[in-house]
Design a protein around this ligand. Structure first.
Ligand SMILES: [Cu+2]
Length: 458
């Protein structure tokens, strides 16, 4: 690790700018924080998870050597209600160390599953993760060790937290999207050369819930809730459902304020979207596909199918989607000046040809932030390609993208930062002091250095 940053010499009041979040925002955040505190009277959802090698059959008759949780890909869907305690007794049956990161969950720092806060779980060892589920939403879990290999091999799963006041749809479906690249022997390929290290790894086998381009059946007349998770290493998914309109109900951090009708929606890597899909007519056939999205990589992609929806016989619908889903109090006005600048960069390297960096440093050591002190960060992409910025452990609000407010308010833990763009985010560190990180969620960029760690201090 570079040591030119002696962080003890830095004041955490970067540039001397400190903002107050609005009083309403502080109350709302405080309530959410208190709801997240351990309470021994709560229901405990206890789960055993085991990572091990398995035969993965995403195309019938052609098993592939892979790694899964509890012998399946995706791993079992973990489900709880807001306020429950999730206890995961994890055993590592791989031949290499691993950890589990609870993507999007506001867990205590020690439960974040990074190698900064715990020793990786060695082969044959166990580790118990235990934390409350503070927020309703669509989350996921995956290793935070050797990610470019471990996620590609199939280690990921959905984690669903249900709130008291959810919209009632006719059915619910979880779609975990992924892609893999196979080698000549039909096995999962090892990470390729420079192009793959630059672009991030994309594969030509497109998977929904571990199956290659499956057929899904939906009853005519019904409206389903789809919880969509992009678990791929580098692929951006500009989601289309046969070009028909669907409604966005929620994003990374749960429901948005009101449904938004669209005909396509972008999921950067690690992004989640909750959708209301349907109603359709019997006999309709629709392609669930990714439209071309050019994230300024060396390789380009065309429209590619992930699944087919077949509409079967009609069933009555009792779906109710309220016009108002939730209130999200703004943390601060969009015009609030930044307290910190995070520069996503790319630079030539003598040893590795090129590096991905943050503030010109691989594996950047960033200054601490103080609990309760509003953070307004400018995420500046100095490169010519897109990067999905992910903050661990805290939700943020996007204030502006290149100075323009986003079309609706939401809580996020991943935001795409387009080439040469500046995304301004606001977030409030609460009392969960400890070591946290942020990074590009293109796994190959993260591995090449586009990550930073920092402390939340009292
Ligand atoms: Cu990146």
């Amino acid at each position: 690790m570079s040591s030119h940053h002696d962080h003890a010499t830095h004041d955490h009041h970067h540039g001397g700018v400190v903002h107050e979040p609005s009083a309403d925002a502080r109350v709302a955040y405080r309530k959410a924080y208190e709801a997240a505190q351990p309470d021994p009277g709560r229901r405990v959802v206890a789960v055993d998870l085991e990572a091990r090698a398995i035969d993965w059959t995403f195309t019938p008759g052609a098993p592939v050597r892979a790694w899964g949780y509890n012998g399946q890909i995706p791993g079992p869907t973990l489900e709880g209600r807001v306020g429950d305690v999730l206890e995961v007794r994890f055993t590592n049956r791989l031949e290499q160390p691993t950890t589990i990161h609870w993507h999007g969950l506001r867990v205590p720092a020690a439960m974040d599953g990074t190698e900064m806060v715990q020793w990786p779980v060695a082969p044959g060892e166990t580790f118990t993760y235990r934390f409350r589920l503070p927020d309703a939403g669509t989350f996921w879990y995956h290793p935070h060790s050797n990610e470019t290999v471990q996620l590609e091999m199939g280690l990921y799963g959905a984690l669903i937290v249900r709130g008291a006041d959810e919209p009632q749809l006719d059915a619910e479906r979880i779609l975990v999207l992924d892609d893999v690249r196979l080698d000549k022997k039909g096995q999962i390929a090892t990470l390729g050369g420079l192009i793959e290290r630059h672009d991030g790894r994309e594969g030509d086998v497109r998977l929904v819930n571990g199956k290659s381009e499956p057929e899904l059946t939906i009853a005519a007349g019904q409206i389903e809730r789809w919880r969509v998770i992009n678990a791929s290493s580098a692929r951006y998914i500009r989601l289309s459902i046969g070009g028909t309109p669907f409604r966005i109900l929620g994003t990374d951090g749960g429901l948005i304020e009101a449904p938004v009708t669209v005909t396509e929606a972008l999921l950067a890597t690690a992004d989640r979207l909750d959708l209301a899909v349907g109603p359709f007519s019997e006999g309709q056939k629709l392609a669930v596909e990714a439209l071309p999205y050019f994230r300024k990589t060396i390789r380009k992609r065309q429209t590619e199918r992930f699944a087919t929806v077949k509409v079967g016989p009609a069933k009555p619908s009792t779906a109710v989607i309220p016009a108002r889903l939730r209130t999200i109090v703004p943390l601060t006005p969009a015009s609030t000046p930044p307290t910190r600048t995070v520069k996503l960069g790319f630079k030539p390297s003598l040893r590795r040809v090129f590096d991905f960096v943050i503030n010109r440093e691989r594996h950047h050591r960033d200054k601490p932030v103080k609990a309760g002190e509003l953070q307004v960060w400018d995420i500046v992409n100095t490169t010519l390609m897109d990067h999905p910025f992910h903050l661990h452990g805290f939700f943020f609000q996007v204030l502006t993208v290149n100075g323009e407010p986003p079309p609706w308010r939401s809580w996020e833990d991943v935001v795409n930062v387009p080439p040469r763009a500046t995304v301004r985010i606001a977030w409030l560190p609460d009392d969960r002091t400890g070591s946290w990180m942020y990074h590009c969620h293109i796994l190959e960029h993260h591995a090449a250095g586009m990550m930073a760690h920092f402390d939340v201090v009292p």
